[in-house]
Design a protein around this ligand. Structure first.
Ligand code: AMP
Ligand code: GLY
Length: 420
């Protein structure tokens, strides 16, 4: 099978790594890719948000299966264009990707499906949004409706912060994403992510994970794309996973199908868990990054079979071969991230780092320059390991981190603290 993976982050390197191990994979192309992916796949130059260009490329290169990594091409309809061109694709239509691209749409679907989530109001002007905040009081959560690269959510512990957030959003701080605003009840509890494959009809759980969104140790400081993750997430017990499937995932998937927008792809179900009960925080229409890295480490080569079964509508007959161990990933980011950072610094020591089914350094923002690996992004490497216990996975991951020399980068030293 000839496979094309779209994206260039740690998530896509992890997908590429897992899929390359499957004997069904004959040729593996990534677009645009990064220095890590370039070692195991061909890199193509392609505008991955241009559906017609991606479909033309897939046809010209006899690609049998396209896997879309990030949300932007999905929201732009790239999966739709591929389906129209008769190319098998893993990833939802633009209509179904609204579950991530519009928070008010998701709230409305949850209402129709009676799925437990935070109470909310939806506003198109600042005055009514502020009146709602004054009536509800703090803490309260203010969200830009559209895609804002993970930055459009303000968890306001006091009313003044919430009112300022409304001004910022309607003032254009988040561009078009903030033209509409959702204001939500603050949910207390512990967050965990649940990953399920959906084939339009059936759902198949493939793992749980916990991310570390804040830049600083002890979950302090600014929000980031994620500074580390581990899988499984002990807080998301089998009983809670079952409840989330029955009360949240399956009813919303039925509602999407009823509206003529059946969902196909991976659904990232962000949950808030309190007193043994889960409520929905958000859906994402793609794998999490860095959560995908720990999921792929544990799924390995079967990931290709699972993604293909979802794309072909065969999930009802598909089983996951579960690993019973733990995986943990530590993100190495450029100094200054999530604010401004320098690009182009050289990373040393990567050649000597173990790379096998228990140890992997997944690349995110990297490129090769004059034979050396240089940093080209905010999040740069995902140092990942497996172990019989979470502690063992963590010890192995930090031992790898310590073999890498990159004075222009940093990592959190406490990934996994909640579960340990
Ligand atoms: P979202 O982009 O919707 O995932 O929000 C980003 C983060 O904000 C989440 O991962 C939560 O940590 C937090 N958050 C979002 N909505 C709520 C809520 N209703 N109550 C508490 N925290 C929330
Ligand atoms: N790590 C969080 C996300 O991918 O949205």
């Amino acid at each position: 099978m000839n496979i094309l993976i779209l994206g260039s982050g740690g998530r896509e390197h992890a997908l590429t790594w897992a899929i390359a191990q499957n004997p069904k994979c004959d040729r593996l192309v990534v677009a645009p890719g990064n220095a890590g992916m370039a070692k195991i796949a061909e890199c193509a130059t392609l505008d991955i948000e241009d559906g017609a260009a991606v479909a033309d490329f897939a046809q010209a290169e006899s690609i049998d299966f396209v896997i879309v990594g990030p949300e932007a091409p999905l929201a732009a309809g790239v999966a739709d264009r591929l389906r129209e061109a008769g190319v098998l694709v893993f990833g939802p239509s633009a209509a179904a990707a609204k579950l991530e691209a519009s928070k008010s749409f998701t709230k409305e679907i949850c209402d129709a499906a009676h799925a437990p989530t935070a109470g909310y109001g939806h506003f198109t002007d600042a005055a009514s949004a502020k009146a709602y905040i004054r009536a509800q009081g703090a803490p309260i959560v203010v969200k830009a409706d559209g895609l804002a690269a993970g930055k459009g959510v303000i968890v306001a512990m006091d009313e003044a912060t919430a009112l300022n957030a409304v001004d910022d959003m309607f003032g254009g701080a988040f561009g078009g994403a903030g033209a509409e605003v959702v204001i939500e009840e603050f949910m207390d509890g512990e967050e965990a992510s649940f990953f399920v494959l959906v084939d339009g009809e059936d759902v198949l759980p493939i793992g749980t994970a916990q991310d570390h969104k804040r830049v600083g140790e002890g979950d302090t400081g600014l929000n980031t794309g994620g500074m580390g993750a581990y899988s499984p997430a002990p807080v998301l017990t089998d009983a809670i996973a079952m409840q989330a499937l029955d009360e949240i995932v399956k009813p919303t998937m039925r509602e999407m199908a009823k509206r003529g927008a059946p969902y196909q792809g991976v659904l990232y179900v962000g949950l808030m868990i309190k007193d043994g009960h889960a409520r929905l925080v958000e859906y994402n229409v793609r794998f999490g990054d860095p959560e995908c890295q720990v999921l792929m480490m544990r799924l390995g080569a079967q990931a290709l079979d699972l993604l293909q079964a979802a794309a072909q509508g065969r999930l009802a007959q598909t089983k996951v071969n579960w690993a019973d161990d733990h995986a943990l990933t530590v993100v190495l980011a450029a100094n200054g991230y999530p604010g401004a950072y320098e690009k182009g610094s050289v990373i040393q020591g990567l050649d000597g780092v173990a790379s096998d089914s228990k140890h992997m350094v997944f690349h995110a923002g990297t490129a090769t320059k004059d034979g050396q690996i240089v940093a080209t992004g905010g999040r740069v490497l995902n140092v990942t390991a497996r172990g019989g216990t979470l502690q063992e996975a963590r010890d192995r991951a930090y031992a790898l981190v310590d073999q890498i020399t990159w004075s222009e980068g940093f990592c959190r030293r406490d990934i996994g603290w909640r579960a340990l």
